[in-house]
Design a protein around this ligand. Structure first.
Ligand code: ADP
Ligand code: MG
Ligand code: ZN
Length: 623
């Protein structure tokens, strides 16, 4: 019997280790200050409030006359004194406000009262009255000032970077803690090699990448990978987030960047990691309000530092973003973040490996098949899977089980899928549609001669819109395409939609982009390449293109009449219809293959071109 499972309440906790919170909490010194003020107030009350009963001056004079006063102290503003005996139990102490009365001394003397004056001693009331409040307000002001600057050492540390320096042994993450992103890992190994031994590379005169940008959907392990690079290379890791730079004082962020790079240079070889680069590196806009001035200054400083930086010193700048499309293009220029590494959502195999990593710290029952868990979690990113394991462990603990079993995993999946549905994870039905669609593209592309071989088919949902893709890689660069090639290309583009028609008897919105590209090609064939016999070899549109399939430079419509326009439309329609017929023919002929390839794709999610050709009974290409 195994002992109780050990749920980890916070799977991401390890990631955050050692990072300082953004703003310091209102520290206890504020409370000390308030307590001090309260004490002062009490003291002031004690010293300045009158003691004893206050009586009118006239009554005082009366008492003097009656000889009731034992002694009196004549102060600047008040006269305090003691009576000879209690007056109706009201106590012997009294005081009265002093009235200008030159004869008072005489009268007191006449009655034999012991009396004395009081030196005007103002230091205590002065201190309590205004010096202390002043000091206090200066204190409050200083406190908030320090808070705003966000740094720990007060006003002077304005410019000091908040980057936390990780000592060599602090980064414990290794590549073995990351799974399902093999291609990214492969690319980053080179960086590790360089960081381990910069001299070996620079002696040969090799150019080392300066900036590496990790791009991918949230939770796929970008931050984890960056830390793993530092861990593998045993170098210091400077980590900070783009949002930290967005400060309220103009110039602070820029100063931080300058400071950070100075620190990094002193620590080389090392890694400077800027997480959430998009928060800092959004496209610079000309805003009339100028509200983004601070961010722009910071960004400009970063660009300047990256330019002025010699990567041979062994400092690698890494960035991470899940919104590459909003980044300022200047950041991506050569010499800056010129190398981009895609960190994508994992496929089935990747998911299984990630699960394997995360169940290490959990007591798992022997009936748990992580393969099945992986198969049921299409669309989950690494962070979602880590969360899933934790959730399952919590469920098991709640039910007082001794280990986490398959049932816990099942309920955890159900729970998380419901949550992720809002984040648009594909449903079973949608996955099937996408699988048929991509199989359609791939079969047509493989069966028709003269086309670039299919390199990969995938139904792993991309972070950036596409639901799946079929990737064709050219064997050689092409500078010319014949009419037949273009027609085949059209059939491939329409193959996805046609497969949906044949297999499901229904079409979806997923083919919109295909149709757009197909129509664009068909129009170009008619109006630019003179490939329509009905219209002849005339360029109607006058659009200029860099190469035949690049997007046209937008221009006004070409100069032709209504009648020609109708003819052009008719020709485009004819070309597309023929392509559709061709695709339908091919897919009907390979109906069984369409089925088997789709099933296989639903299973593995990513299929290499060679496996596809094998399933179609063709020889593998020598690419
Ligand atoms: P990102 O920075 O891409 O948003 P993180 O690196 O912060 O994602 O991932 C958060 C957590 O999710 C990690 O600390 C890790 O526990 C888990 N995780 C994410 N991706 C992976 C992966 N590929 N392999 C293993 N664990 C992962
Ligand atoms: Mg991150
Ligand atoms: Zn498509």
């Amino acid at each position: 019997m195994a002992s109780k499972p050990t749920p980890r309440l916070n799977p991401r906790g390890g990631d955050r280790r050692g990072q300082r919170p953004l703003t310091p909490r209102p520290s206890s010194s504020l409370w000390y200050g308030l307590a001090f003020l309260l004490l002062l107030g009490l003291a002031q009350m004690y010293y300045l409030t009158p003691s004893g009963r206050t009586i009118p001056y006239s009554e005082f004079k009366e008492l003097v006359k009656q000889g009731q006063i034992a002694e009196a102290t004549i102060g600047d503003q008040v006269i305090r004194g003691t009576l000879k005996q209690d007056q109706d139990n009201k106590g012997r102490q009294f005081q009265t406000t002093r009235v200008e009365d030159p004869k008072l001394a005489e009268e007191l003397e006449a009655k034999g009262v012991k009396y004395t004056g009081e030196a005007v001693n103002r230091w205590l009331p002065d201190l309590l009255g205004w010096i202390v409040p002043l000091v206090f307000f200066i204190g409050i002001w200083g406190f908030f000032f320090r808070r705003m600057s966000g740094a720990e050492g007060g006003v002077m540390s304005f410019a000091r970077s908040r980057a936390k320096i990780y000592a060599d042994d602090e980064v414990k993450v290794r590549f073995s803690d990351v799974a399902g992103v093999d291609e990214a890992e492969e690319e980053l190994k080179e960086i590790v090699e360089f960081l381990k031994n910069p001299k070996k590379y620079t002696n040969l005169g090799g150019r080392i990448p300066k900036g590496v940008l990790l791009v991918g959907p949230p939770g796929t392990g970008k931050t984890l990978l960056a830390r793993a690079v530092a861990g593998e290379a045993h170098v210091p890791f400077f980590s900070l987030s783009g949002s930290e730079f967005v400060e309220m004082f103009v110039g602070v962020g820029a100063a931080r960047i300058r400071d950070l790079f100075q620190q990094a240079e002193a620590k080389a070889p090392c890694i400077v990691f800027i997480d959430e680069l998009d928060a800092l590196g959004k496209v610079r806009v000309q805003s009339p309000i100028g509200s983004h001035e601070e961010r722009e200054q910071t960004l400009n400083q970063l660009l300047a530092e990256m330019d002025g930086f010699d990567s041979r010193k062994g400092v690698i700048i890494m960035g991470a973003t899940n919104r590459p499309e909003v980044l300022d293009p200047a950041l991506l220029r050569p010499g800056r973040f010129d190398r981009q590494v895609l960190v994508d959502k994992p496929d089935v195999k990747g998911r299984e490996e990630i699960l394997r990593i995360h169940v290490k710290g959990v007591k798992v029952s022997s009936n748990v098949d992580l393969k099945i868990v992986a198969a049921r979690t299409a669309g989950f990113a690494g962070a979602d899977l880590a969360n899933l394991v934790n959730e399952a462990a919590l469920l098991a603990a709640r039910n007082d089980k001794t280990s986490v079993d398959m049932k816990d995993f099942e309920s955890a999946i159900d729970r998380l899928v419901a949550g992720l549905e809002k984040k648009r994870v594909m449903s079973v039905k949608e996955r099937e549609i996408v699988a048929y669609h991509e199989s359609g593209h791939a079969i047509v592309a493989t069966v028709l001669p003269g086309l670039d071989p299919v390199h990969k088919i995938s139904i792993v949902q991309r972070g950036f819109g596409a639901l799946g893709y079929t990737m064709q890689l050219p064997l050689e660069d092409r500078y010319l395409m014949q009419r037949r090639d273009l027609e085949s290309q059209l059939a491939v583009l329409l193959g996805g939609r046609t497969a949906e028609e044949i297999a499901l008897g229904e079409i979806s919105t997923g083919a919109q982009n295909d149709l757009q590209r197909a129509t664009d090609i068909a129009r170009a064939m008619v109006t630019e390449f003179g490939m329509s016999d009905a219209l002849g070899a005339i360029n109607y549109d006058g659009n200029k293109r860099a190469r035949f399939l690049d997007l046209p430079i937008p221009q006004e419509r070409g100069l032709y009449g209504e009648e020609t326009a109708e003819k052009i439309d008719a020709e485009i329609k004819r070309i597309l219809t023929e392509a559709h017929v061709k695709a339908r023919q091919i897919l009907s002929d390979h109906r069984d293959k369409l089925e088997s390839i789709t099933r296989r794709l639903l299973e593995v999610e990513v299929m290499e071109g060679d496996e596809l050709r094998q399933l179609l009974g063709l020889a593998p290409t020598t690419s």
